[in-house]
Design a protein around this ligand. Structure first.
Ligand SMILES: [Zn+2]
Ligand SMILES: [Zn+2]
Ligand SMILES: [Zn+2]
Ligand SMILES: [Zn+2]
Ligand SMILES: [Zn+2]
Ligand SMILES: [Zn+2]
Length: 468
């Protein structure tokens, strides 16, 4: 390693105790969750908790290296009873619901489930970054039906995390933090112009709310009184507060001789870590920008995924799906754990029960390191609990097993039958016929799933009455 690279690395690993908001921004977990992790062991049967020390005023302080190592520990496979999924502890459940504003990230329906981005059967990974809140319908569309792509879910999750991270950074109360918030607002604003996930709109509102709170707070009025005043005016603009605020940031940087960090472009993070060039501050003085040596951070193709960001149909674990890595680190990456072995479930064929093999995702081979997490009992077939193996439910294809009659044994414990409880059909009042035809709402059965009542619009059926 050259002296310059060593310096870059030391700079990157520089650590002094940080407060809970800086800590939250560093590992992208909320201050509340970090505090919870210092009190309780997250993994059942383990005793490991997050280390921290008490500061002079009794506030919790964290060590940056300890935080990163704890986050890596959370991403390792979680212990679970034979054939069951690992338990998601309450502190992490709270985190996932809160980041989704307590509603499905896709449709904002309130009753949701904890969906794993990398399927839990394989990853056994309950790291909060691998979980996302989805309503039962969207969970099913994502997990089983594959109607929602993993990359869409990942992108939304990343956007929400980046925005929340900017919020935590801002809570430390300094000028560079409000600048980072506005930079995130700018990024989310661009994203919402392209696609419409309600989670992004909610995050934009949330960012605006925090920008307002910080612009009006005494801290900023002391540090940058003129800027605080201009922000207040911009935020009060009813027509286009977002654009005005972004504009004020740009003017402020120009007036004060700051520029967005050339490495992280003002976001404060680089390849999903705190940006080493600006130490996460997002901006640097214009006259110093020439001194920043970007060479160690030049991006090179990831040696594991060769730039695709994808390894055996998963997010590449070396580059975290980005496809590139810092040039200075490329020779230190150890690829030995990723040697390929034949998939023990499909024996290399890539298919299992006529579906794409769930353990190797159809590639036929897996990382050698993954073999020890293979549990054949996870993939035994069991009779579907809802249709009792018939494949039909109320004269429709059974929604749980999709008509097959069987499900993976490991999935049995997750099946929630409560939406399928029967209740009298509101159209035919249980008779099974409506206007002398077989009732179309219950298909003549006379009862319907309680969940179906949500989609029952009395007016639609009244109109039909008067038309006929
Ligand atoms: Zn939904
Ligand atoms: Zn930077
Ligand atoms: Zn890679
Ligand atoms: Zn396989
Ligand atoms: Zn079924
Ligand atoms: Zn009916």
């Amino acid at each position: 390693m050259s002296a310059k690279n060593a310096e870059a690395k030391a700079h990157q690993e520089h650590s002094s105790p940080v407060n809970k908001y800086k800590a939250a921004a560093l590992v992208k977990m909320s201050p509340q969750l970090l505090e919870w992790l210092t009190k309780y062991a997250a993994k059942s049967g383990h005793s490991r908790k997050l280390e921290c020390v008490k500061g002079p005023d009794g506030e919790l302080l964290f060590d940056a290296e300890a935080l990163k190592s704890f986050s890596a520990y959370l991403a390792e496979p979680w212990p679970a009873e034979q054939g069951k999924r690992p338990n998601v502890p309450s502190g992490i459940e709270q985190e996932i619901q809160e980041e989704a504003s307590f509603g499905c990230v896709i449709c904002s329906r309130p009753k949701g489930e904890f969906a794993h981005i990398d399927p839990v059967h394989n990853s056994k990974n309950n790291h909060p970054h691998n979980l996302i809140y989805l309503c039962p319908n969207h969970h099913d569309e994502f997990d089983r039906q594959k109607l929602i792509s993993k990359s869409d879910v990942e992108r939304t999750k990343r956007q929400v995390l980046d925005a929340r991270t900017a919020i935590w950074r801002a809570h430390a109360g300094l000028l560079d933090e409000i600048l980072a918030l506005i930079k995130q607002l700018q990024a989310v604003n661009v994203a919402t112009q392209k696609e419409h996930f309600p989670a992004l709109d909610a995050v934009k509102d949330e960012l605006l709310k925090h920008i307002k709170a910080h612009a009006l707070a005494p801290g900023l009025k002391k540090t940058a009184p003129e800027f605080a005043k201009k922000l207040e005016v911009a935020l009060g603009d009813n027509a286009a507060p977002v654009e005005k605020v972004i504009d004020e940031r740009a003017k402020f940087l120009e007036e004060t001789g700051l520029v967005d960090c050339p490495l992280c472009d003002g976001s404060g993070s680089h390849n999903n870590w705190e940006c080493p060039a600006c130490r996460g501050e997002g901006t640097v003085a214009e006259n110093l920008v020439g001194e920043i040596d970007l060479e160690p951070y030049r991006q090179e193709e990831c040696p594991l995924c060769n730039g695709s960001g994808n390894h055996n149909n998963w997010e590449c674990p070396v580059c975290r799906g980005i496809g590139t890595v810092d040039a200075y680190s490329v020779n230190e990456i150890d690829l030995s754990g990723y040697k390929q072995a034949e998939c023990p479930l499909c024996e290399g064929s890539g298919s299992h029960n006529n579906w794409e093999c769930a353990f190797c995702r159809g590639t036929g081979s897996v990382d050698e390191g993954k073999l020890e997490h293979f549990d054949p009992s996870d993939y035994e077939q069991a009779k579907c609990l809802l249709c009792k193996g018939r494949g039909t439910h109320n004269n429709w294809e059974c929604p749980i097993c999709r008509g097959v009659g069987k499900v993976d044994a490991v999935a049995l414990t997750d099946i929630d039958l409560s939406p399928y409880q029967q209740t009298k059909c509101p159209v035919c009042k249980g008779s099974g016929s409506h206007n002398e035809w077989e009732c179309r709402f219950c298909r003549g059965v006379g009862t319907v799933d309680v969940a179906a009542l949500e989609h029952f619009e009395p007016s639609e059926w009244e109109d039909e009455d008067s038309d006929s």
